[in-house]
Every structure is written in structure tokens, then in C-alpha cells.
Design a protein around this ligand. Structure first.
Ligand SMILES: *Cc1c(COP(=O)(O)O)cnc(C)c1O
Length: 348
């Protein structure tokens, strides 16, 4: 194969994070309470479903359940195979090849991935001190689309809501607010989608809902934008089993509420424990904590992995030097993480 055969805009894209170690996974911010308990009965019922038939092309059942839950219309929603698919749909709908998408840095690496695989240019604007949003810089960059994630991954903080609203109000083009961790935060932009001509909010069943393995995500916007995006989505992309599971998970609040309560309670304790070991944790409104290590984070992460706990190293990224991110676990998981981290630090 000749390198020129590959589209120039995708030639340098690396494979995604795919660790091979066998360890307790505290590196992906998934739900530490295990899979959503509604799945057992739903998956059981699915064995008798007529799975020889296609799903509805636009997953109407889930969109109606979302409409009911949020007090919006089914046609405000587009659902997909993970919120990763809906992010891809947004760029396919609104971004011409060569156009620029602006995002804060550091943030979710897949945002840039979806822009590049769709032929766009990805431009970042650094967050200010304390990982705060810089709305002036985002607006001044004059991209076609702005994408941001609040609470922000991997920094874990929520952005000031007035800063985000200002970006939405003043940008002449679509603004995407990725709320993958929205359930853990105090404030959501979902209720505002009908108030703006340009706001798209994305969410997922992968984190608080404990269904990452089933791949369900969604977005909401005003009806005009949602109609355009619906046309671009690959019909049938969400399978019927996952759709049914998502509807059941949305309607059974107990597990999600228990998850949010646990995370809110445990993340403070975990941060204090990290501090006691000489780490510098940053404030979190998510189900993960970013912390700076007093020694090289890559070494900490690999020595922890040797002891059977995997967290994610960000130490090679600018502004995140010697930073690592861990999921907020249950009390037992956090105690295990802290005691192994203590061993690593003592052996240093
Ligand atoms: C986990 C995550 C997603 C991906 O969600 P899926 O629905 O599993 O595709 C999207 N955005 C951010 C910021 C995430 O951390």
C-alpha cells in the first residue's frame, strides 16, 4: 500500500487507547456499581423478540422516552450508537471539508478525531488557570463550529455556566455541549435547546447509566437542527436490544440516583486521600478525579497497573504534565486504589 492512497487528512491518526493489561479498570470513568440492574430482565425478554426484523430507523421508542423524561419533543432528539456516533453525525451534517472546529484544550481527544475523519480542521484554545473556559478566545478563533465538554474530561470541572451560555449566544454557528458526565453535575444545558438556534447537547448511557457495553447515546437540539441531523444518521445504527435497554434504564431511576449519590459522597474522600499521599487533585463535578503527581505520572500509572489497578496517564500532554485520572470508585475500590498508591509512593 502507498501512503498516498490514504486521505491526507486522516494519514496521521493513531489507533485509540487500547490497554492490554489485566487490571481493575479505573481508567475509563464507567460506572463502578457494575452493569445497570435493569439489564438482566430486559436482556432476558430480548431472547423472545423478533430480532429478524430491523429496528425503527430512528429509534422512535427511545426518542419518545427521552422526550417524556426531559419534557421535550421526540423530534428534538437524535439517538445513536454511543454519543460518539452522534458527535460524528453533527460534523457530517454541519462541517464542510476544510472547515474549522474550535475546542478548548485540554479536553476529550475523540472530539478532534471526529473532526479529522470528516475532513475538518481541529483547532484548540487553551483553558485558563484552574482549567477555566476562555469564552473570548473560543469566539475569536472564528471556527464554523465550537465543541466543549462540561463537566470537562479529563479535567473533571464544570465550566462556568454563564461563560458557556455566552459562547452559545455569541457564536454564529453550531455550538456542541458534550454532557457525557451531566448526571454528576449541578447544571445542564439540555432544558435550553429550544431557546437557541445553534445549541446541541449530547449525552450518553455509558457513564451514569452503567451501559457502556451496549453503546447508546443521544443529542438534543431545536427541531430544525435535529431534523437535518436525523437525515444524516445511518438508519438502524442503534440495535433493538440496546434501545430497549436504554428505555428501561431511563425509566428506572434508582440505580442512576444511587450512582450519583455514591460519586458525590466518595469523590471528596478520594481527593482527600490522594492529597494525603502528596498528590494534587483538581476539583471534580464528575465521576473521575484528575490529579498531579509529585513524581512522573507514567511511572505511577505503570506501577499501579503492575499491582492490578489501571488508571489513565495524561502526563505526556501539555498542561497535564504528571497528571493522571482515576474513576471515583466505591468506598472499597477507592481504599484499594489509595493503599496500592501508598505502596508505590513508599517504594519510590
Ligand atoms: C465517555 C465519553 C463520551 C462517549 O460516550 P459514548 O456514549 O460511550 O460514545 C463522549 N464524550 C465524553 C467527553 C466522554 O468522556
Amino acid at each position: 500500500m502507498k501512503a498516498e492512497w490514504i486521505r491526507a487528512t486522516v494519514r496521521d491518526i493513531p489507533l485509540y487507547y487500547n490497554p492490554k493489561v489485566k487490571a481493575v479498570r479505573m481508567d475509563t470513568s464507567t460506572n463502578v456499581l457494575g452493569p445497570n440492574p435493569v439489564l438482566r430482565s430486559v436482556l432476558n425478554d430480548c431472547a423472545d423478540m423478533d430480532l429478524n426484523q430491523y429496528p425503527k430507523p430512528y429509534s422512535d421508542g427511545l426518542r419518545e422516552a427521552l422526550a417524556e423524561f426531559y419534557g421535550l419533543k421526540a423530534d428534538n432528539f437524535v439517538v445513536g450508537n454511543g454519543s460518539d456516533e452522534v458527535l460524528d453525525i453533527i460534523f457530517k451534517t454541519f462541517m464542510e471539508a476544510g472547515e474549522t472546529v474550535v475546542a478548548p484544550y485540554p479536553s476529550y481527544s475523540l472530539h478532534g478525531f471526529f473532526v479529522k475523519i470528516n475532513g475538518g480542521r481541529f483547532m484548540t484554545v487553551d483553558l485558563s488557570d484552574g482549567f477555566r473556559l476562555d469564552p473570548d478566545a473560543l469566539l475569536k478563533a472564528k471556527g464554523k463550529i465550537i465543541i466543549l465538554c462540561t463537566p470537562n474530561n479529563p479535567t473533571a470541572n464544570s465550566f462556568n455556566e454563564r461563560d458557556v451560555e455566552r459562547v452559545v449566544r455569541e457564536h454564529d454557528g453550531p455550538v456542541i455541549v458534550d454532557e457525557a458526565y451531566g448526571e454528576f453535575a449541578d447544571r445542564s444545558f439540555m432544558p435550553l435547546v429550544d431557546d437557541y438556534e445553534n445549541l446541541i447537547v449530547t449525552r450518553t448511557f455509558s457513564k451514569a447509566y452503567g451501559m457502556a457495553g451496549l453503546r447508546v447515546g443521544y443529542m438534543a437540539s431545536n427541531l430544525a437542527m435535529a431534523e437535518q441531523m436525523q437525515k444524516i444518521k445511518i438508519p438502524y445504527s442503534l440495535n433493538r436490544v440496546s434501545e430497549r435497554a436504554a428505555i428501561a434504564a431511563l425509566q428506572n431511576r434508582e440505580y442512576v440516583e444511587r450512582t450519583v449519590d455514591l460519586v458525590r459522597r466518595e469523590r471528596e474522600k478520594l481527593s482527600k486521600g490522594l492529597e494525603a499521599l502528596g498528590m494534587r487533585p483538581y476539583p471534580s463535578q464528575s465521576n473521575f478525579v484528575l490529579f498531579r503527581c509529585p513524581v512522573p505520572s507514567s511511572e505511577i500509572v505503570s506501577r499501579l497497573a503492575d499491582k492490578g489497578v489501571l488508571i489513565r496517564d495524561f502526563g505526556r500532554q501539555r498542561m497535564l504534565e504528571d497528571c493522571a485520572r482515576t474513576t471515583v470508585g466505591t468506598e472499597e475500590l477507592n481504599m484499594m486504589l489509595l493503599s496500592k498508591l501508598k505502596e508505590v509512593m513508599e517504594a519510590w
